[in-house]
Design a protein around this ligand. Structure first.
Ligand SMILES: CC(C)(COP(=O)(O)OP(=O)(O)OC[C@H]1O[C@@H](n2cnc3c(N)ncnc32)[C@H](O)[C@@H]1OP(=O)(O)O)[C@@H](O)C(=O)NCCC(=O)NCCS
Length: 158
């Protein structure tokens, strides 16, 4: 990803992450939810920085990704890109890189829930090769919207 760097999310990034979160989700997580992810053993949280300054700390966060690994399954919880950087292939490249890296760690599949109305999210996951495997009726209690359950096989064929 030219001009972008992937790093582990740290406490110092949470302020910027929460700003992106607030404009990306109907029911956004607060700082405490991200802090919980950072302290959880099976949770993995990454940020994407736009290379600008001389040192990493000057570079703004433009996207983040949170997932958990449950035995050999990756459960994607969050991905968001700063609105002004969307539709440039950032989420696709970011997730492709992480899925590739975790498929080398014996992770068999990745799954997630996405709001039925989230055409951007559904389009992204379909482009990445996720398939619809089910529906959770009324999963999102703020609007009682259904969640679409999607999965991608990550097993490598030899
Ligand atoms: C969903 C989201 C992460 C996509 O990020 P992005 O960097 O703009 O996505 P990309 O540019 O990598 O797009 C990859 C594919 O996703 C789909 N897509 C992305 N945005 C879309 C939109 N607004 N409408 C329809 N399809 C869209 C397209 O299939 C696109 O491929 P294409 O450009 O060849 O058509 C971003 O819109 C976002 O942060 N949304 C708010 C948070 C969210 O809904 N996250 C997902 C649920 S957890």
């Amino acid at each position: 990803m030219k001009g972008l760097t992937i790093n582990l999310m740290s406490e110092k990034d949470i302020e910027q992450v929460v700003e992106i979160e607030a404009v990306s989700f109907l029911n956004p997580w607060g700082a405490l939810s991200f802090l919980t992810e950072l302290s959880c053993e099976n949770a993995h949280s990454f940020i994407l920085r736009l290379k600008k300054g001389k040192s990493d700390k000057d570079d703004p966060v433009v996207a983040y990704l949170c997932f958990r690994v449950i035995i050999d399954m990756m459960h994607i919880l969050k991905i968001a890109v700063k609105p002004e950087h969307r539709r440039r292939g950032i989420a696709y490249a970011f997730l492709t890189e992480c899925l590739e890296s975790f498929s080398r760690r014996e992770i068999k599949a990745a799954f997630l829930e996405v709001r039925e109305s989230n055409t951007a999210g559904m389009g992204l996951y379909q482009k990445l090769g996720f398939h619809i495997i089910g529906k959770r009726p009324g999963y999102y209690t703020d609007t009682w919207e259904d969640a679409i359950l999607m999965q991608k096989n990550l097993e490598r064929r030899v």
